[in-house]
Design a protein around this ligand. Sequence first.
Ligand SMILES: Cc1cc2nc3c(=O)[nH]c(=O)nc-3n(C[C@H](O)[C@H](O)[C@H](O)COP(=O)(O)OP(=O)(O)OC[C@H]3O[C@@H](n4cnc5c(N)ncnc54)[C@H](O)[C@@H]3O)c2cc1C
Length: 480
Amino acid sequence: MKHFDILIIGNGILGTSIAFELTSRDKNLNLAIVGPQQKPGAATIAAGAMLGCFGEVTKTSFKTKHHIDKFNLCHGASTLWDPWLSSIEQCSNDTIPLSEGCFIIRNTQSGVIDDHNYIAIQEALEAYDCEYSICRTSDIPGYHPISTQRAYDSLFIPSEKSLNPNQLLSALNKTLVNANCEFVYHTVIDIKHTEAKTIVTLSNGEKISASNIVISAGSQSQPLIDALGLQKNIPNLFSGVGSAFVAQAENLAIKHIIRTPNRSFACGLHVLPQANNQLYVGATNNVSLFPEHHPRLSLINFVTQCFVEQINQDLHNAKIIKLLTGNRPVSLDTFPLIGKTHKKGVYIASGTYRDGIHQSPSIAKYLADVIFDAGEKEGSLYKAFTPERKLIPTYKHKNEAIGDAVEAYMSGAYEHKLYMPRVGWDKFFEELIRERLNKIYDKLSSKYIISPDFLLMIDEGNEQQVIDILNKCIEEKEGV
Ligand SMILES: Cc1cc2nc3c(=O)[nH]c(=O)nc-3n(C[C@H](O)[C@H](O)[C@H](O)COP(=O)(O)OP(=O)(O)OC[C@H]3O[C@@H](n4cnc5c(N)ncnc54)[C@H](O)[C@@H]3O)c2cc1C
């Protein structure tokens, strides 16, 4: 049986970045990375990907100490990207192009959620003294929405960036080839842990062992956590299914990110320029019990329509060259799971939900510190997101969560073109939604108030079955 010092399970951005950091620190490390070559359902290859923290701010980003810690980690990650990319480029001999600058637009195609989150972004930019400018929407290169959907506000953040995650992954993989890392193109289907080593069984029946393992299999980390018997100590992982597409057109004028603030349950409409006159357009987000691998017609229809109406109507003839579906790893309390477990040599890096690519350099550095027992880990904010923990509260009262959920549902309805039959009826619709959500929250365990992000899962599945699963996940946690 082959044995490794470190076995990384999962070959998305986290597994690959951690492997890069570890092999950069110790050239003689005997390391392998396991994961299927095509990465079906991986979040990383379905992302745009935006690198930034301010564009992602919402009205809840600074709500509790944990929210603030999470924001500060993302803010800190922004400063790591330039040196991080230089060292990947140097080790791989690849060039990874970046698009610089992000326009945030505010239009009326969603509900009040856009206003709340747009204002929160501006307040965060001020509070963190980040350079930005208010701009005229007519000055945004390549922005030409239909007249009735034009934005009435926009700001430009020069420091927010984007890159193509496939180029990043490809360069990282080259660095790992150069570092003699072994690639195992299978999945891990079982894990047995002992004090001395961990033995994993691969999908082809082979077994390999390692002194240390890192579980970084994205939303598919849960079965591995279960196999280790750690599910009672760690917030469960779900899939935030996202759909997006890549389009191509002649002489694209879009030169920077153009995005809305985060919208109901999702990451907002965002358009990112890529090489070869291509554009990434995303993205939806439906939290689900299981990962999905294929885009849903209705969701692609929604994103394409939002794009041509709200961003650039001239691009209605652009060619769709790729449809993308990926599963964001989202934990039951929505916070990341990063660090060691009480089982010797078992580490976890997952639960990054919407910003795992942006955070990848800082997570890789932190985990390498933990594995090598280096000093930097001590003061790290990631300690608050250690995998074995109580569920981190996001709401104190269920009415607060219901209030946010009503706002998200109403805003989502407007995004899907709800037209009120009479002036003043929005209150009436809000009350109907509130009534339904009250019933759902009454059936959910009162030990922990789940985030509204999980409600679509209840809508789309067998209601009682999903509620039972969520309640089991909450109830089995020690001391929630
Ligand atoms: C549509 C969309 C848009 C997004 N936009 C952004 C963005 O703009 N900026 C940003 O920072 N983040 C964004 N995200 C979030 C980001 O993509 C994720 O947080 C991040 O990619 C998670 O990386 P990961 O390596 O943990 O998981 P993944 O990328 O899912 O990778 C996990 C890997 O593990 C493999 N695997 C699964 N099970 C096993 C097993 N049993 N054994 C071995 N291997 C296994 C899978 O094949 C996969 O390759 C977006 C996500 C989506 C879906």
